[in-house]
Design a protein around this ligand. Structure first.
Ligand code: ATP
Ligand code: MG
Length: 561
């Protein structure tokens, strides 16, 4: 795809975060803004992450700052090198650049270890032998204070010794943890002696077997921000309660900078789920064909489905950034995609549910090349030639027996236009024993070549077609919402809300030959049907198309019926 440029508009948008950045530059608090996008490499990115990416990279671009891509790789049990690669591909495809290299929290493991020892030395951290379950019990509740661990008053020497022995692997997984010593009675549960380090014997994608203790998110995140000189650390609202802890570390450690954390509302999208844990479950339990299944809300799924990166950026910029979580309707995303594709996609003809149309008065041995415009939405659009002959494929639902007056398509004695070709009048149909139409017959008016009226008479509708002798066959995959309910899991188990009809495979569709050359990922509009792109499953002898999105005001729905 060619669309890799960022869409920063002339005017920098306003929201509470950008206003703060602007103010910090104006007051001289910072002369260079640094943000970061910090994915944990435990799954593929979804469109919610795209919001964070557009915000962090967008701000860096708008204010001539820097945005780091930093992998928050502190939990080796769930992380994988393949996710690290996929995340980089997705961020790049979305149109963003993180300079010469990504950052990794694991690059700071040695520093973080030294800082943990520093806290111990200050009497601000201790090794605890309580089990995970006991720690939970001792933590208290929202209404009751917690209880001190019996190990809370260990001496600095004993703590340093035990922590060093944790590092070299003397103890079993889960046998001991390092905790901060803050306040077991704090109203903020995150401050009740949070765990900083766990023993996890699991090879790490980047550090291998060098470590068997790992810092948790809270102990790694703010310190990584400080090491990288991040000025504005932007995260979603669920981290608001972690901010006091974030700041506590910055106050109590010899960090080289003082980043500030700001929280914004996460993106939630209807008829899908945006949680890596759930998306992973959909993949691992084969509810979908993979992370990049075109029904998935992942960046790679949207890309495979044919959604342009610019449409995703545009969608996110229209939503804006606020301090409240909200639920956005899927149709809002679809409208944005349609707007983009309407401008860029060339039109082609394809028949997805074919039935034969025979023009009885058209010479059997004749073929004509008719001119068809490629994109009526583009004034400068060029044209292509489309072959026309006596036998065509048309859509089954473009014919109806005893049609009501509003039906503007094929029915006996009604004249319609074949797009770019001729006026035809339906004269009869042939049916099989079950009553299904197997062939539609018509006559054409040779004077109406190009689909223009020869004498000013009007036809009631226009239908698309493909010449049977010239058609290429293809498989076309039609997608609907992955979940039937707007908020999966609201009323029952979320998996029960999966839409059983989210995939409709049409194995024998007919395309005009020009589609044979379609390049993977490039969008086309099938006239009257929607926007489509070829799927990587395509073979030279068997194209596969995905429907990216339907046409909202398709002629079929709005005008013909
Ligand atoms: P999930 O809940 O899907 O597992 P996560 O927050 O655990 O997501 P991370 O890899 O840690 O996944 O996320 C990287 C960044 O993306 C974080 O700063 C996080 O706040 C942000 N992010 C994740 N989901 C959303 C969302 N739905 N909307 C906006 N930002 C999001
Ligand atoms: Mg996270």
């Amino acid at each position: 795809m060619t669309d890799t440029t960022n869409t920063t508009t002339d005017e920098t948008p306003h929201d509470f975060i950008r206003d703060r950045v602007r103010a910090d530059l104006e007051s001289g608090l910072h002369d260079h803004i640094v943000t970061r996008f910090p994915p944990e490499p435990n799954g593929f990115l979804h469109i919610g992450h795209a919001k964070s990416i557009c915000l962090n990279f967008g701000i860096a671009n708008e204010f001539s700052g820097t945005c780091n891509l930093r992998f928050d790789d502190t939990n080796p049990a769930k992380e994988d090198e393949a996710y690290i690669r996929a995340i980089q591909d997705d961020v790049r495809w979305l149109g963003f650049d993180w300079g010469d290299k990504p950052f990794y929290a694991s690059d700071y493991f040695e520093t973080l270890y030294a800082w943990a020892c520093h806290l111990i030395g200050e009497g601000l951290a201790y090794v605890d032998d309580l089990s995970a379950e006991q720690i939970r019990e001792y933590r208290g509740t929202l209404t009751e204070p917690g209880t001190h661990s019996p190990h809370r008053e260990r001496s600095v020497e004993e703590n340093l010794d035990l922590f060093a022995r944790m590092r070299v692997g003397e103890f079993e997984d889960g046998a001991r943890v390092l905790r901060a010593k803050i306040d077991m009675a704090s109203g903020n549960i995150n401050l009740r002696d949070p765990v900083l380090y766990r023993i996890i014997r699991h090879p790490h994608p980047r550090t291998g077997d060098a470590w068997c203790i790992y810092p948790n998110y809270d102990f790694a995140h703010g310190q990584s921000d400080a090491i990288e000189g991040v000025t504005h650390s932007l995260c979603t609202l669920e981290f608001e309660d972690h901010r006091p802890l974030y700041n506590w570390f910055l106050e109590n450690l010899p960090v080289p900078a003082q980043p500030r954390q700001y929280e914004f509302g996460r993106l939630n999208l209807g008829h899908t789920v945006l949680s890596k844990r759930r998306l992973l479950q959909l993949v691992s339990e084969n509810h979908v064909a993979g992370w990049d299944d075109p029904r998935m809300p992942t960046v790679s799924g949207l890309r495979r489905r044919g959604v342009p990166a610019a449409a995703i950026r545009d969608f996110i910029s229209r939503l804006g950034v606020t301090k409240a979580d909200g639920l956005v309707e899927m149709s809002y995303l679809e409208n944005t995609i349609r707007e983009h594709l309407n401008q860029s996609a060339e039109r082609r003809m394809a028949v997805l549910d074919p039935v034969k149309l025979v023009i009885e008065n058209y010479p059997a041995d004749q073929t004509e090349e008719l001119e068809a415009v490629n994109n009526p939405a583009d004034e400068n659009s060029d044209t292509r030639m489309v072959s026309f002959s006596r036998e065509l494929w048309v859509e089954r639902d473009d014919y109806m027996d005893d049609a009501p007056k509003k039906f503007r398509r094929l029915t006996i004695d009604q004249e319609v236009r074949l797009r770019f070709a001729y006026f035809v009048t339906c004269t009869g149909v042939t049916k099989d024993d079950a009553g299904n139409v197997t062939e539609i017959r018509c006559t054409y008016d040779p004077e109406s070549r190009g689909g223009d009226s020869p004498d000013g008479r009007k036809v009631r509708g226009t239908i698309h077609w493909v010449s049977a002798a010239h058609a290429k066959t293809a498989e076309v995959r039609l997608y609907d919402h992955l979940f039937a309910e707007e908020e999966p899991g609201k009323e029952r188990d979320w998996l029960e809300d999966l839409n059983p009809d989210s995939l409709d495979v049409r194995s024998t569709c007919y395309l005009e030959p020009a589609l044979q050359e379609a390049e993977t990922g490039i969008a086309v509009q099938f006239e009257r049907l929607g926007y489509f792109c070829t799927d990587p499953d395509s073979r030279p002898d068997g194209l596969v198309f995905n429907r990216t999105v339907g046409l909202r005001d398709s002629w079929a729905k709005a005008k013909d019926k």
